[in-house]
Design a protein around this ligand. Structure first.
Ligand code: ATP
Ligand code: MG
Length: 571
């Protein structure tokens, strides 16, 4: 345990100022020399689902504070309920923490590692008359709980003899009794102001095999009887969790009292959980979305899961910057998902490779450009990033532009292409629309233009300016692709607050739009590897989806260039 011994902060209090309130508590403890000057946190996911962006907030806290002061952070799987848990989740959780940029070294633990110790502790407490087996049903126990203002009723089994309790608890674990038929309870105080003290359940019978311990155990500890002790067994000094555990803290301390001495004791500190607009964060609901096929899986790019965000093209830097921005407080809040999106744009703007793609193409024929001629134009890969270099893009007589960039009868301030109008094709020439070709139904099939040979943007003296610049792709060289455009998964600002409605009814029916026949420049196709971040100029940020193959390119739109949503709302 020496490795997480931290040099006490300097006596000077000035460096404490920039710390969040949890870091300040840790700072004070270190300064006071508590726990022999050690700092050890833990991140305790239950492997019953994939991690989401809320967990990222906890991860950044647990690992972040350890990193900040030179302590250590354990990864502890809180695997006390075999009914819902699975190794699939364990593996995914590891991947996601690594992706966020944190590492737990060899400190990977499982609450199930402590089942023998916890069982021994339960036996000890029974022998000391501090725990008893209750034969009542969960309904009967609940009915006796009382209310916060009226005391509960003591169980008729509360005063069983130690011998009988020992015998029954051992037989519970031997599998002699049915699930739900008996529980082990702590004999605390049925009149306590704190409902968690009204003889909390310590153990219940579960007969489903456990993903690590198999059929060894038939009794499983409850969260309150497992978490604090697990912290203690591991040498955790600061057990940081979310605000809903505030009322559990006295019980946490109460059970720690049973095992700790004066040299070391873990303490629980709570911060506000992350809630995001237009998002649900409950694992139960996320699991339902996956199981019911309402999304394509845990890593569906519309999901708030870490693997979903990753597939969508969000970066770990963006996620961490966002969490830094919202900070940690002691008050529940609802954060705007726009803040997260802002962090994503901000990071992608710095790192994404600029390239051209046309989502809704219409063909432009440059009638005075020689047939069969091909020029190459040079495009900056990223003007925001020094040394990002350039790439070449073919230009020829026929190019695609966005259908929306042309209007036959444009309003006054339309600076894109229209009959008689001039626009620049980015990085290439100025063209002027001379003719519009339509099919029998009146749909535009081609736009005819002429180009000004002296207007190449790379040529000396090409300073002639026009108001509009369009992105384009050479028709002969364009490669077909599919793009998936995402919108918010829910169309209600705070789905969790709508307690009267089923969350499924609040799903946004337009959260996914698949567009095929998209035209991308050859450079995009050549670099369409998982993880590549593109800015399709004037459209948004895109990344190849896992479904993408060289024969069928698929891109996810990570995010549009601007926050159009806010504008629409403001209308
Ligand atoms: P449940 O307990 O309902 O299965 P959970 O979301 O609490 O779900 P855990 O695996 O227990 O899942 O969470 C692990 C850690 O992540 C806990 O310390 C928890 O407090 C923290 N955490 C979970 N959700 C959030 C959130 N939205 N914001 C911040 N921290 C969170
Ligand atoms: Mg939890």
């Amino acid at each position: 345990m020496e490795e997480n011994k931290v040099a006490a902060p300097e006596a000077d209090n000035s460096e404490k100022k920039g710390l969040n309130f949890v870091e300040q508590i840790v700072w004070d403890d270190l300064k006071a020399g508590k726990n022999g000057g050690r700092l050890n946190t833990r991140f305790p996911p239950e492997p019953n689902g994939y991690l989401h962006i809320g967990h990222a907030k906890a991860i950044c806290m647990d690992f972040g504070v350890a990193e900040k002061f030179g302590g250590t952070c354990n990864l502890r799987f809180d695997d006390t309920n075999p009914v819902k848990e699975d190794v699939e989740y364990v593996d995914a959780i590891r991947d996601d923490i690594h992706w966020l940029g944190f590492d737990w070294g060899d400190r990977e633990y499982y609450a199930s590692d402590y089942f023998p110790k916890l069982y021994d502790l339960a036996i000890r407490l029974i022998k000391e008359g501090k725990a008893y087996v209750d034969d009542q049903t969960s309904e009967e126990i609940a009915a006796q709980k009382g209310t916060p203002t009226t005391p509960g009723t003591e169980s008729p089994y509360r005063n069983r003899s130690v011998e009988e309790n020992l015998d029954l608890f051992q037989r519970m674990n031997a599998g002699e009794f049915d699930e739900g038929s008996r529980v082990l309870r702590a004999k605390l105080d049925m009149a306590s102001d704190n409902m968690h003290f009204r003889d909390p359940i310590m153990y219940r019978i579960i007969k489903t095999p456990h993903h690590r311990t198999g059929t060894t155990w038939k009794v499983y500890p409850m969260y309150d009887f497992a978490h604090g002790q697990s912290d203690y067994f591991e040498g955790v000094t600061h057990s940081i969790c979310t605000l809903e555990f505030v009322p559990h803290r006295p019980l946490y301390d109460r059970f720690i009292d049973e095992i700790a001495d004066e040299t070391y004791r873990p303490r629980q500190i709570e911060f506000n959980r992350l809630n995001l607009t237009y998002t649900v964060m409950s694992k139960r609901k996320l699991l339902a979305l996956v199981k019911e096929g309402l999304v394509a899986g845990w890593d569906d790019p519309r999901m708030p899961t870490i693997c979903g965000l990753r597939r969508r093209g969000y970066t770990n830097t963006a996620v961490r910057n966002f969490i830094n921005t919202i900070g940690y407080t002691k008050y529940e809040a609802l954060n705007s998902v726009s803040l997260l999106e802002h962090a994503v744009r901000d990071d992608l703007n710095k790192i994404a490779t600029r390239a051209m793609a046309v989502i809704n193409p219409v063909k432009v024929v440059i009638t005075n450009y020689p047939e069969g001629k091909v020029e190459t134009v040079t495009m900056d890969n990223n003007p925001e990033q020094e040394g990002a270099g350039v790439h070449e893009m073919p230009f020829s007589r026929e190019v695609y532009i966005e259908r929306e960039d042309f209007m036959e009868n444009p309003p006054k301030k339309f600076f894109r292409l229209a009959p008689g109008n001039e626009v620049r094709l980015k990085g290439a020439y100025i063209v002027k629309c001379t003719d519009v070709i339509k099919d029998a139904d009146g749909n535009i099939t081609e736009i005819h233009c002429t180009y000004d040979p002296d207007s190449h943007s790379g040529a000396p003296g090409a300073a002639r300016k026009v108001k509009g610049t369009l992105h384009w792709v050479s028709a002969a060289h364009a490669i077909d692709a599919e793009v998936r455009l995402y919108d918010r998964l829910f169309n209600v600002e705070n789905p969790a607050a709508e307690t009267e409605r089923d969350f499924r009814d609040m799903l946004n029916p337009d959260s996914l739009k698949v567009v095929t026949g998209v035209k991308v420049e050859p450079f995009i196709a050549a670099n369409a590897k998982t993880g590549t971040k593109f800015q399709f100029q004037r459209i948004g940020y895109f990344t190849p989806d896992y479904d993408s193959t060289p024969d069928h390119l698929v891109f996810n739109r990570t995010i549009a260039l601007k926050d159009t949503w806010e504008k629409v709302k403001g209308k």
